[in-house]
Design a protein around this ligand. Structure first.
Ligand SMILES: Nc1ncnc2c1ncn2[C@@H]1O[C@H](COP(=O)(O)OP(=O)(O)OP(=O)(O)O)[C@@H](O)[C@H]1O
Ligand SMILES: [Mg+2]
Length: 285
């Protein structure tokens, strides 16, 4: 049975200066799924995420967590924050302890883990994220990418029911992005549902089960990555490009180098396995 872990219905949000940042958003996140939210700068991604753990209360519309309407009361929101872990776009808003180890341990100790348990979990997370070497460093002296890694680690170590990462790969080098995606994979295998926002259409295409495209506070498209990202017109309206794998696949199909009935590949490995290699090789020389 599929369980809806999160649902937004007719969600609107106006900032105090009158800016309408979200305009009747409908969105459904199923338990165990991987959702990527795409959209140009200012589309409303961060504003939407701040509704997921109740930091923002909708101007209009509803948010549901596991079928229950959000209650904007202190106790409910405290409990919600233990289930919904958010990594902010700007790590400066997330890091406040003196050292990296203290920062990553903070949530666990707060939740009642013993210092030994917390230490073990933090060590493992540090190893997986490749940041143990930073543990004794003050958080405010870290580089921007290192701050991002530490802020991700501090939320992921809590194993939240729903993990929400706002532009997790922004500012990370390719090796750290790959490492982070592997940690996300593990967390998901342990039962978490994951939502990320990103400007990286290639990453979203290969990783997500479902994609939503936001544009000017509205959902312009939603569904399977290979469907949503095949629609070049919508992508262009929303200021986005197609993933290179899909572009390549369409080009190969157009030239008859792969059978037209093949479903689109999701990874570069799948793309390389498609079609007649001899034919492709001949056409390239
Ligand atoms: N504090 C604020 N007061 C007024 N308007 C705001 C405020 N914060 C954001 N906005 C506006 O709300 C809209 C949505 O902003 P938001 O930060 O959610 O976009 P985003 O999709 O996360 O963009 P980015 O890709 O740049 O992170 C934008 O028009 C932005 O200018
Ligand atoms: Mg943002």
């Amino acid at each position: 049975m599929t369980v809806n872990i999160l649902e937004a219905r007719g969600l609107c949000y106006d900032y105090p200066d009158g800016t309408r940042a979200l305009d009747h958003i409908n969105l459904l996140i199923q338990e165990g799924s991987r959702t990527a939210i795409l959209g140009a700068n200012g589309a409303g991604k961060s504003t939407l995420f701040l509704h997921f753990n109740g930091i923002f209360q909708p101007t209009k519309g509803t948010m549901k967590y596991r079928g229950q309407d959000y209650k904007y009361q202190r106790r409910y929101l405290q409990q919600l924050k233990q289930r919904v872990g958010i990594v902010f776009q700007n790590p400066e808003y997330q890091l406040f302890s003196a050292s990296v180890r203290q920062d990553i341990s903070f949530g666990l100790l707060n939740m009642g883990y013993s210092s030994r348990e917390a230490r073990e979990k933090v060590n493992l997370m540090g190893e997986q994220m490749g940041i143990n070497y930073l543990f004794d460093r003050p958080t405010h002296f870290l580089s921007a990418g290192q701050k991002k890694l530490v802020s991700l680690a501090g939320v992921m170590v809590m194993n939240p029911d729903l993990l929400v990462c706002d532009e997790p790969s922004a500012g990370l080098d390719p090796a750290n992005t790959e490492r982070f995606m592997k940690v996300i994979e593990k967390i998901q295998q342990q039962g978490s549902t994951v939502v990320i926002s990103t400007h990286d259409v290639n990453l979203a295409y290969s990783w997500a089960d479902q994609i939503y495209i936001l544009d000017q506070g509205q959902v312009r498209a939603g569904g399977k990555p290979e469907q949503v990202l095949a629609d070049k017109d919508t992508l262009a309206i929303c200021g986005m490009q197609q993933p290179w794998i899909l572009e390549c696949w369409e080009e190969l199909k157009k030239h008859g180098l792969i059978p037209a009935h093949q479903p689109p590949p999701r990874t570069k490995e799948e793309l390389f396995q498609l079609g007649d290699r001899d034919l492709i090789g001949k056409s390239l020389v």
